[in-house]
Design a protein around this ligand. Structure first.
Ligand SMILES: NC(=O)c1ccc[n+]([C@@H]2O[C@H](COP(=O)([O-])OP(=O)(O)OC[C@H]3O[C@@H](n4cnc5c(N)ncnc54)[C@H](OP(=O)(O)O)[C@@H]3O)[C@@H](O)[C@H]2O)c1
Length: 309
């Protein structure tokens, strides 16, 4: 099975490349091989390579910067999946498009089910929502929404907190983190396993509580939700990163984490205050048992090079 991957240098893209299942011919592209802001290049790549699947892990992910770069965010997050969908309709291939909890407004206060109406709060979420619609114009396309993604490489909250814990602890200062936004951290290695499973392939990772038989996983719901298990605020996540950072030897000491409100920490883009995803249907259709986010965090920290600190 031939898979055209986008975003190979992103945090999810790197986890996908590392976990590529046997039997997959992977064509991994990053910005230099395929510019997602160029619709015609996206279509031409599909026409030339004729992949069985496009796994679209590339995205414009700068949530705050998107507020001032809406055209570029829309080109990458909405127009590119649209171009893939149109080209794949010609070649007979399929599309797995990765999306986000930020397509929801966060107001309902209970986990979002896949079929619920979208109501993004900011430009990033709006462009991702438009990308979902564009992707789903292709019969057989799938959208996999996830939340609070982090891993041992790339730019993410976990690596930022490790650095800030070290700096604030050394300075004897508290580390202020928002405590009134609820979601679920998702590790790139569990997310990669779910992505491979969603296209009917089995990652060789033993990294989730995965059953061994992936057959038939390819069919099932069109929209999938995948996060690690449990719930957290950014504050909870930061405390756990400090505790497990010390336990794994990445940190000498953790800083005291001080809870902040969203109002204390204004950002250009508004975030959903509650964005848990109901993943029940995906667990069944992908035949994957989720891992609690704190256990997944321990696995990620074990992969973080100590030089990162
Ligand atoms: N990060 C999160 O917390 C989060 C939460 C929910 C859902 N998601 C979704 O999960 C998916 C993977 O996200 P991630 O965390 O792995 O993001 P990431 O680390 O920011 O990676 C995104 C990748 O897309 C690439 N990209 C951006 N613009 C491009 C362009 N014009 N042409 C080609 N490549 C381009 C980036 O390339 P450069 O490295 O060259 O910039 C980067 O490698 C995305 O669909 C994202 O929306 C992420």
């Amino acid at each position: 099975m031939k898979v055209l991957l986008t975003g190979r240098q992103g945090q999810l893209g790197q986890a996908l490349v590392q976990s590529v299942p046997q039997g997959i011919e992977l064509i991994a592209t990053g910005r230099s091989e395929l510019d997602l802001s160029d619709e015609s290049a996206c279509g031409a790549a599909v026409a030339e390579l004729r992949p069985d699947w496009v796994l679209n892990a590339g995205a414009y992910t700068a949530v705050d910067r998107a507020e001032s770069e809406p055209e570029l965010a829309a080109a990458v997050n909405a127009d590119a999946p649209g171009a893939f969908a149109r080209a794949l309709a010609e070649t007979g291939g399929r599309l797995l498009h990765v999306s986000t909890d930020f397509v929801f407004n966060g107001a309902q206060g209970s986990p979002y089910r896949p079929e619920q109406a979208l109501d993004p709060l900011g430009v990033y979420g709006a462009t991702k929502a438009a990308g979902e619609t564009a992707a789903l114009a292709l019969p057989g396309a799938r959208v996999l929404r996830t939340s609070w993604v982090y891993g041992p490489v790339g730019k993410n909250f976990c690596l930022t907190m490790l650095r800030l814990h070290a700096a604030k602890a050394a300075a004897g200062e508290p580390l202020g983190v928002v405590a009134d936004q609820v979601g679920c951290p998702t590790a790139t290695h569990t997310l990669a396993t779910a992505c491979w499973r969603a296209i009917g392939a089995d990652a060789p990772l033993g990294s989730t509580n995965s059953s061994t038989n992936a057959s038939a996983a390819i069919e099932g719901p069109t929209i999938l939700h995948w996060s690690d298990a449990g719930a957290a605020t950014w504050y909870d996540f930061a405390v756990a990163i400090g505790e497990l950072g010390v336990a794994t030897g990445l940190l000498e000491r953790a800083a005291v984490v001080k809870p902040l409100t969203t109002a204390d920490y204004p950002t250009p883009a508004q975030r959903p205050s509650y964005s848990l995803l109901d993943c029940t249907a995906s667990h069944q259709s992908l035949r994957l048992d989720p891992m609690h986010w704190r256990a997944a965090l321990g696995q990620v920290l074990a992969q973080v090079p100590s030089a990162t600190q």
